[in-house]
Design a protein around this ligand. Structure first.
Ligand code: AMP
Length: 242
């Protein structure tokens, strides 16, 4: 921090502001910013970062900070919503990030380099219906089914490929509730252990795609910051392979 004798508080504040701005600029040019979402992705990415010698100084579950410093002065983590990670990386606000394949398929991964399947946050995208609902019969009858999901594009493509007529209803969470509350006949959602479906008397009837989290990299950063990024990416790749 630059502190000069005899400066008024206003001028000192101005100097502090300029200093922060210059430091931010220096980080954007020289440093590495990693975009991660809280929860499963953060927890499961942590050992991979450790393998690359990067240790975040705080846990986003307990800290409210959205920019988390690490043991390396030139590396920081930004905490974003899972669906926003590709956007931060695409625009270069983060150099690398971790995003679920569900998010990348649904929203498109244009302009992103996706070099690595991290084999974390593994699950399956499935169609599920209430136990006792004869999905096969309804489809054979040519019925128009109401399907609730957060993944409108993935669902649209899946049912179109199968020739099943659907009306898609966009939801932002708790898809499992929709058939129970009479909002939809079926849902498209991620299934990991199957516990949530079972607890709500739903059964998975169609597998759409296997999902896991991917490392995503800004294409310009890969060229301009290769010296710093390559060792991190290599260490993560080795840790995934172990
Ligand atoms: P489970 O009960 O273990 O089958 O988990 C299902 C619930 O967790 C559903 O609400 C899913 O939307 C959510 N879920 C499962 N796996 C993932 C994942 N990899 N990423 C995000 N949400 C997930």
């Amino acid at each position: 921090m630059i502190a000069l004798d005899g400066l008024s508080p206003r001028h000192q504040a101005l100097i502090n502001g300029i200093e922060s701005f210059l430091l931010l600029g220096k980080h954007v040019v020289d440093g590495i910013t990693i975009a991660l979402s809280k929860g499963r992705i953060f927890e499961e990415t942590l050992p991979l970062l450790t393998a690359a010698g990067i240790e975040p100084r705080e846990n986003p579950e307990t800290s409210r900070k959205l920019i988390i410093p690490t043991n390396r002065d030139d590396v920081r983590v930004v905490i974003v919503r899972a669906t926003d990670a590709p956007t931060y990386v695409q625009y270069g606000a983060a150099d690398v990030g971790v995003a679920g394949k569900d998010v990348l398929i649904e929203n498109g991964g244009d302009g992103l380099y996706q070099p690595l399947d991290l084999k974390i946050a593994q699950c399956r995208m499935m169609v599920a219906v209430p136990a006792g609902f004869d999905y096969g019969h309804a489809v054979r009858q040519g019925a128009r089914l109401r399907v609730a999901t957060k993944y409108i594009n993935i669902a649209r493509e899946h049912f179109a490929a199968k020739g099943v007529h659907v009306d898609l209803i966009k939801l932002y969470g708790s898809m499992e509730l929709a058939p129970l509350a009479g909002l939809a006949d079926a849902i498209v959602d991620l299934v990991s252990t199957g516990g949530t479906l079972k607890a709500n008397r739903l059964v998975a009837i169609e597998h759409i795609v296997d999902i896991s989290a991917r490392l995503i990299v800004n294409q310009a950063a890969l060229k301009l910051k290769r010296e710093k990024l390559a060792p991190i990416m290599d260490a993560i790749a080795r840790a995934v392979g172990r």
